[in-house]
Design a protein around this ligand. Structure first.
Ligand code: MG
Length: 159
């Protein structure tokens, strides 16, 4: 098989006064993700999609949140380490697609910066990195601004 597909999903609770990081970019917001790491829920879902494509388990297995090593860590470092696993397995990224569900703030002004940041860390062209954002029309925990939810897909091709 020379192509593999993976999906990832992650949720973090939001709390006042915490920094909000999404797709490797600091977002201007009153609330941020509660987390052991920097709480970049978009990168976490992306890492799970990449790991999933290779049946390598999940981000918690590779970077346990019980480990002091990962306390407050910049999730871009976790993405870089995940890419090392992808390369070591003999694969490279075809494309990735990320959907962020967040009620507020609006993420449109940050989308291009997220795509460029993620593409830079992954060492791929920005055209291969899609980031989309949606609200949930005020429905559910996302709609009540209690959390941020992210879905990611990744296609890998054999080198
Ligand atoms: Mg997470």
């Amino acid at each position: 098989m020379d192509m593999r597909i993976g999906n990832g999903y992650d949720v973090h609770a939001l709390a006042e006064g915490l920094p909000l990081w999404l797709g490797g970019v600091r977002i201007e917001s009153r609330t941020g993700c509660v987390a052991h790491s920097d709480g970049d829920v978009a990168i976490h879902a992306l890492c799970d999609a990449l790991l999933g494509a290779l049946a390598l388990g999940d981000i918690g297995r590779h970077f346990p949140d019980t480990s002091g090593e990962y306390k407050g860590i910049d999730s871009k470092i976790l993405l870089g380490k995940t890419m090392e696993l992808v390369s070591a397995a003999g694969y490279s990224v075809g494309n990735v697609d990320i959907t962020i569900a967040l009620q507020k703030p609006k993420l449109a002004p940050y989308i291009m910066q997220m795509r460029e940041t993620l593409a830079g860390v992954m060492g791929i062209d920005v055209s291969a990195v899609s980031v989309k954002a949606t609200t949930t029309e005020k429905l559910g925990f996302v709609g009540r601004s209690e959390g941020c939810e992210v879905y990611a897909s990744a296609l890998l091709k054999k080198d």
